[in-house]
Design a protein around this ligand. Structure first.
Ligand code: CU
Length: 125
C-alpha cells in the first residue's frame, strides 16, 4: 500500500470513530424512588430500551445517569419506559395503577412529586 492509501484509510477510520461518539449522549434526570429495589427496577427498565448503553440510578439524589445512542432513542422514550414501572420522572408521571403495583417500601412520597411537577410547566403530558 502506498502512503496516500494508508492516509485516506486513516481519515475514514477517524471519521467513523467520531460519528460513533457523536451519537452517544449522556443525560441526567430525576426519577422518583426510595430504595435498592427501586434502583434495580429503574435501571432494568432503562437498559431494556433499545439504544441505551448504561444506566445508573442514585438512591440518595434520585438522579438517573443514562448514556444512549442518540440515533436510536431519546430521553422522552427512556422516561416513558421508566414510568411504566411506576416511578415518576421529572417530565413524566406514572399511571396510578402502575404506582399502586410498587412494593410498599418503594412507594415514594407522591404528594411531593405532584407539587414539584406543577412547577415544570409545559413538560406535563
Ligand atoms: Cu424501592
Amino acid at each position: 500500500m502506498n502512503k496516500k492509501v494508508v492516509l485516506s484509510l486513516m481519515v475514514v477510520a477517524i471519521i467513523s470513530v467520531t460519528t460513533v461518539f457523536a451519537n452517544t449522549k449522556t443525560e441526567k434526570f430525576k426519577v422518583y424512588g426510595t430504595c435498592g429495589t427501586c434502583e434495580t427496577a429503574i435501571e432494568k427498565a432503562t437498559l431494556e430500551v433499545p439504544g441505551v448503553k448504561s444506566a445508573d440510578w442514585n438512591e440518595k439524589t434520585q438522579m438517573l445517569a443514562v448514556s444512549f445512542d442518540g440515533s436510536k432513542t431519546d430521553v422522552h422514550k427512556i422516561q416513558m419506559a421508566i414510568v411504566k414501572t411506576g416511578h415518576d420522572t421529572e417530565m413524566h408521571k406514572a399511571k396510578d395503577e402502575d404506582y399502586n403495583k410498587l412494593n410498599e417500601c418503594c412507594k415514594y412520597n407522591r404528594t411531593e412529586t405532584k407539587k414539584e411537577m406543577t412547577g415544570h410547566e409545559g413538560h406535563m403530558h
